[in-house]
Design a protein around this ligand. Structure first.
Ligand code: BTN
Length: 321
């Protein structure tokens, strides 16, 4: 039915089509039409609804321009193998399966939409069609498992720097790897890994960037805490350019990390942080910690100084600023 509704709108490009007309032509009730329009909206189609006029198809969902993406890609390894999907549960799940069938380092998985996008700490990630970068990147670093937090911080630096290069926005990193604009989250990173003999076998770096979402694309409960690059910069951003910039930035930082270790990455992270030297609060299994976020240690843990002057390290979890 959704297909037939779209065909009908294609007959009247730019025009309003009344609910009555749709109902008569397709022989369905007005309630059923509304339900189908809502389904199409969540698949990325934008409709305007006007009283007494009906519906107008404003835009269709964007789709990934793979040739454009590949032709402008300046990396040697990352993104040289690309798998593109329409709607998937999670690009992470697909990347894990591709690794099991031999996908090499640098393989990326991109989707238009995710129905069960995974966030950190068991949360879900809102991933509507055609509006964002929902991507998983396959890495095979031969480093000890306990260096994973460093890779998380490296990913945040690569993401922050590439967004700064492509978009005019004032963006910073909240420990460990949330990207914020004016206090609202615009991007998140989820690293999933598998190890063997205390070394990493592979890492799937899941990158979610809310690129061209508009305010109405967010559910009510996210509107005050999440934002997009388009909302903040006032203009739509070509997703392909941002993926190219991110992969290049990541490849350069990854090479630097492999050669020189975490120290240079740590300096870059500190320069982009919106957390350090500010009061923070976090819930840990042993209770609430409040204090001033002081520094990052060599492993990527956050050192917090409490009011009593005690230094406490936080290794994982969420902080409130
Ligand atoms: C976070 O909670 O901040 C991390 C969000 C990570 C979302 C991305 S979107 C692409 C990839 N696939 C997923 O299911 N999750 C990650």
């Amino acid at each position: 039915m959704n297909k037939r509704i779209l065909e009908l709108f294609q007959e009247f490009p730019e025009a309003y089509v009344s609910g009555e007309e749709i109902s008569r032509r397709l022989n369905v009730s007005r309630t059923a039409i509304w339900k189908h329009i809502e389904e199409l909206r969540s698949a990325g189609y934008e409709f305007e609804a006007a009283p007494r006029k009906g519906y107008r198809l404003r835009s269709k969902p964007n789709s990934w321009q793979v040739n454009e993406l590949l032709s402008g890609l300046k990396t040697k390894v990352l993104g040289q193998k690309i798998h593109v999907y329409g709607e998937v549960e999670s690009t992470q799940t697909i990347a894990h399966a591709l690794i099991a069938s031999g996908a090499p380092e640098g393989t990326i998985v991109l989707a238009e939409a995710q129905t069960a996008g995974r966030g950190r700490m068991g949360r879900t990630w809102h991933s509507p069609a055609g509006k964002g970068i929902w991507m998983s990147l396959v890495l095979k670093p031969r480093i000890p498992v306990y260096f994973m937090p460093q890779l998380t911080l490296l990913s945040a630096v690569a993401l922050c720097r590439s967004i700064q290069k492509v978009c005019q926005v004032d963006i910073g990193i909240k420990w460990p790897n949330d990207l914020l604009i004016k206090g609202k989250k615009v991007s998140g990173i989820l690293l999933e890994s598998s190890g063997e003999d205390e070394r990493l076998k592979y890492v799937v770096a899941g990158i979610g960037i809310s690129v061209n979402l508009k305010r109405e694309d967010y559910p009510e409960e996210l509107r005050n805490i999440a934002t997009s690059l388009a909302i903040e910069s006032g203009t739509d951003i070509p997703r392909e350019s941002l993926v190219q910039a991110f992969l290049l930035e990541f490849e350069d930082l990854y090479a630097l990390y492999m050669e020189k270790g975490f120290a240079p990455i740590r300096l870059l992270w500190e320069a982009l942080s919106v957390t350090l030297k500010r009061p923070i609060r976090t819930n840990t299994p042993s209770g609430v910690i409040e204090g001033i976020a002081d520094s990052l240690d060599d492993s990527g843990a956050l050192t917090v100084i409490t009011q009593a002057g005690e230094k406490i390290k936080i290794y994982s979890g969420d902080i409130e600023l």
